[in-house]
Design a protein around this ligand. Structure first.
Ligand SMILES: NC(=O)c1ccc[n+]([C@@H]2O[C@H](COP(=O)([O-])OP(=O)(O)OC[C@H]3O[C@@H](n4cnc5c(N)ncnc54)[C@H](OP(=O)(O)O)[C@@H]3O)[C@@H](O)[C@H]2O)c1
Length: 278
């Protein structure tokens, strides 16, 4: 693994599942002579097609990913998976080292609280549920859960809570709550829409994962304006791979915050901005 690739790449593999990964594929697919493959875990669905080759099978661990890259002639690896997808990011580090290929991690910065926010930070969903239980006691409250399909069970003991749950894909099994409203929506979410949602459901608390990025930010602003406190689930630790035998320390991928920085790393020019008025 190296963070200083030399030659122009011939085949880039993007580990996807995020809007940034899709945007990167769109740009790379337009580069003559450059092959681009995006891999998605099985459940990830996209409303718009991703250009280039798309694989949806998983690889069977780091060794499988290294083998895939060797067989397909991949010469650069971009980990553009979601900040909470820690397993695949660790596998990317190990696979890049096994294959001797350059790897870069694209990870949008985490949200930070600003004036007017009241955040309680939690390490995971269990911690978020415990924090909420400590705040609420037996008092009834309306809680807006925006944590995806997994982790709902952690909140099952909050008996007096009315839950409003928003997720992209329907859950595998019914949410474990007596009183809940399920909203299926992939966004994009507007500030007006988020304000209306908080008001309509008379939300008292918001629970969110610190995904970062603009798509999820309007709910935080709406919560701030409405003085709705937030339980913020922080990201899992950076992808610590197996210790590198030579270095004797865990190896993490060099990380950049936006698509433009990945393009620079690949030696690909950003798209020219649309021509403005003369
Ligand atoms: N976790 C979230 O909150 C979240 C939110 C939005 C989107 N996503 C996207 O959903 C996907 C799954 O997330 P997760 O948290 O379940 O992942 P994870 O726990 O980090 O990975 C679990 C397994 O899924 C496979 N996998 C994950 N991402 C893959 C990819 N891009 N291409 C090929 N295989 C992949 C790998 O299987 P093999 O070992 O068989 O290769 C990996 O071992 C990720 O691609 C992520 O970007 C996740």
């Amino acid at each position: 693994m190296s963070d200083r690739p030399r030659a122009r790449p011939a085949h880039v593999l993007i580990l996807g599942g995020t809007a940034d990964a899709a945007a990167l594929a769109v740009r790379l697919a337009a580069v003559p002579g450059l092959a681009v493959t995006t891999s998605l875990a099985g459940i990830t669905r996209w409303s718009t097609p991703i250009p280039g080759t798309v694989v949806r099978t998983g690889f069977g661990g780091a060794e499988g990913l290294a083998r895939f890259m060797h067989e397909r002639g991949v010469d650069r690896l971009v980990d553009a998976t979601h900040p909470f997808a820690a397993v695949i990011s660790r596998q990317a580090v190990d696979a890049a080292r096994l294959a001797g290929l350059p790897l870069i991690r694209l990870e949008r910065p985490a949200w930070q609280p600003v004036d007017g926010d009241r955040w309680i930070r939690a390490a995971d969903t269990a911690g978020a549920a415990a924090a909420l239980a400590a705040e609420l006691g037996d008092r009834p409250a309306a809680v807006f859960l925006t944590i995806g399909r997994r982790g709902l069970q952690a909140f099952a003991d909050l008996a007096a809570v009315r839950f409003v749950i928003r997720m992209v894909e329907p859950p595998d099994r019914p949410p474990p709550f007596a009183d809940h409203t399920l909203l299926l929506d992939r966004g994009p979410f507007t500030l007006e829409g988020e304000r209306a949602l908080l008001a309509h459901h008379r939300i008292d608390w918001l629970v969110a994962k610190n995904s970062g990025g603009e798509a999820g930010a309007p709910k935080l602003q709406a919560a701030r304006e409405a003085a709705v406190p937030v339980v913020m689930i922080e990201r899992p630790a950076a992808a610590d791979s197996a210790p590198d035998a030579a270095a004797g320390a865990p190896v993490v991928a060099p990380t950049v915050a936006d698509v433009a920085a990945v393009l620079a790393w690949l030696g690909v020019a950003p798209l020219a901005p649309p021509a403005g008025p003369p």
